[in-house]
Unconditional design. Structure first.
Length: 75
C-alpha cells in the first residue's frame, strides 16, 4: 500500500499514476497522488504483494501447465 504524506490518501500502487523514474536505474519511481496531485517517491520492491506467493513460476500466467492440441488431436 502507498500512502500520500501530504493528504493521507492510501491505496494500491495502481491507483497512484506513474510519472517516471526517480533515478536512472533501480526500482524507485515517481507516482502522483490521485487526491492531491503530490509527487511521491516509491520504492516498488519494498511494497508487499497482496496474498501469499504463488506456487507457479513468476511471469508464467494462467497458461502454465496446460496442454494444447490441434483440431484433429495430433500434437
Amino acid at each position: 500500500m502507498v500512502t500520500c504524506y501530504r493528504c493521507g490518501k492510501s491505496g494500491t500502487l495502481a491507483e497512484f499514476t506513474y510519472v517516471g523514474r526517480a533515478v536512472e536505474v533501480g526500482p524507485v519511481t515517481l507516482r502522483s497522488c490521485p487526491a492531491c496531485g503530490e509527487l511521491l517517491v516509491v520504492d516498488e520492491l519494498e511494497l508487499e504483494p497482496d496474498g501469499p506467493p504463488s506456487p507457479a513460476p513468476w511471469g508464467t500466467g494462467e497458461l502454465w501447465g496446460r496442454k494444447f492440441t490441434f483440431e484433429n488431436g495430433e500434437v
